[in-house]
Design a protein around this ligand. Structure first.
Ligand code: FE2
Length: 277
């Protein structure tokens, strides 16, 4: 195989071309992809054409794989279908919130380590995925600002993310969202290595102990800061592409596409290895 690699931006993302199917479950390749994920945050394997068994095998080589609680595939329960078509996924109605910047699993103590997403069918129109590097966004803050925000704590809720999509929910919808427990995290996530990132996105509900207006303005400000073009990369999908990203440090969002679109992704996620601290 002839494999070429190219960084997507100096800070974020690396693209591989020439890796296909079984190449990706070679242990040496999987090791390289794992290192690339840590260094670059987003790893794109153009037209990798992995089948479901290869997707699960590669996922297992990169970490411990989440078994999807609902919406999982019957042959490969680790795989979720990502689509807006309700006949293909039980979760289709929640997927519109993925048009907003988010990290998966912010309602969990230990957010998922990484996501692997491969395109089975791409949208005719729209449906690109964007990533924002929240390590780079934190690093670029002035030192006095880093100090000012060091002790802020933020409540994340499912409700906050759903209100972006459905601002006027019914009582029943609201009650369903509120059944998902909220979770408090620091605004700045410090890893055991000392690396820090901004933990912001669609699920931020409020900053603990701050008036509501001020809290919302500050959360919006840091989301805007982290998602400036200089910290982001955008992936335009081709059928067969595989994209792996560090879910703890890269915010992501899908760009809108039609609910009738044939766009269909197969996804696996890796269990988090570090609690937010
Ligand atoms: Fe997501």
């Amino acid at each position: 195989m002839t494999v070429t690699t190219a960084p997507i931006t100096p800070e974020t993302g690396i693209q591989y071309t020439g890796l296909h199917g079984a190449d990706l479950v070679d242990p040496a390749v999987a090791r390289e992809l794992r290192t690339a994920l840590e260094t670059h945050g987003v790893v794109v394997c153009r037209e990798a054409d992995v089948d479901d068994a290869e997707l699960v095998a590669l996922s297992r080589m990169l970490g411990e794989v989440v078994v999807a609680p609902i919406g999982g595939d019957t042959t490969h329960p680790e795989i979720s279908a990502v689509t807006l078509d309700p006949t293909k996924s039980d979760l289709a109605s929640y997927r519109r919130s993925t048009f907003y910047w988010h990290i998966d699993g912010t309602n969990d103590a230990v957010p998922q380590k990484a996501t692997l997403l491969t395109a089975r069918e791409v949208a005719e129109d729209g449906g690109d995925t964007e990533f924002a590097n929240t390590y780079a966004a934190y690093d670029a803050l002035p030192d006095d600002e880093k100090q000012r925000i060091a002790s802020l704590r933020v409540v994340h809720s499912f409700k906050a993310s759903q209100l972006l999509v459905t601002p006027d929910p019914t009582a029943k919808e609201l009650a369903a969202w509120e059944r998902v427990p909220a979770r408090e995290h620091p605004l700045v996530w410090t890893r055991s290595t000392g690396r820090k990132s901004l933990l912001v996105g669609a699920t931020t509900d409020h900053i603990v102990g701050m008036p509501a207006d001020e809290s919302r303005a500050l959360l919006d400000h840091y989301l805007d800061w982290a998602t400036q073009p200089r910290f982001t990369v955008r992936h335009s999908w081709r059928r067969g592409d595989l994209v792996i990203w560090d879910n703890t440090g890269m915010l992501h969002r899908a760009l809108p596409y039609q609910p009738t679109s044939r766009r269909l992704m197969h996804r696996t996620t890796l269990i988090g290895e570090e609690a937010v601290a």
